[in-house]
Ligand binder design. Structure first.
Ligand code: FMN
Length: 124
């Protein structure tokens, strides 16, 4: 997703890092690294053309400046993808929103190794 698709003059990552430090100092337990506003609904709820895990780099950037857990979100639609994100150190936790709606049994299937039967969120 290119920066042109965000609101011109809107919040950028460097300012978000400052805010992240402030809310950590204020006592936040964690940061859920969502993005977008009403003017950019397609970024809040990213559609299929957005690559899976396409916003993880935002979480990674915030994670560099705070000590509290940072949660990645957006098109994380597969348990192995989530595992890889955690293993890479880009985030401490992953949100799997629509993925959990597409297949509420996803995590249980992953726990028993039945990856083939997972119904993946297609981002619609
Ligand atoms: C039906 C629906 C309602 C949502 N409502 C909100 C909301 O009120 N505020 C918000 O910040 N994000 C909202 N989101 C965005 C989700 O928190 C999440 O960031 C987004 O769905 C991307 O994650 P996913 O690909 O795992 O679903 C909503 C998403 C969906 C699908």
């Amino acid at each position: 997703m290119s920066s042109e698709e965000y609101v011109p003059g809107g919040l950028e990552i460097e300012e978000a890092k400052l805010i992240a430090r402030l809310i950590e100092d204020a006592g936040a337990d964690c940061i859920h690294c969502s993005q977008g506003v009403f003017a950019t609904g397609h970024i809040i709820i990213p559609p299929a053309p957005v690559p899976v895990g396409g916003f993880v780099h935002h979480a990674a950037e915030l994670k560099m400046v705070v000590d509290i857990p940072v949660i990645a979100v957006g098109r994380i639609n597969d348990p192995m993808l989530a595992e890889n994100i955690l293993a890479s150190g880009s985030a401490d936790l992953c949100t799997m929103g629509r993925a959990s709606l597409a297949d509420p049994e996803m995590l249980e299937k992953a726990r028993r190794g039945d990856f083939a039967s997972i119904l993946h969120c297609i981002g619609c």
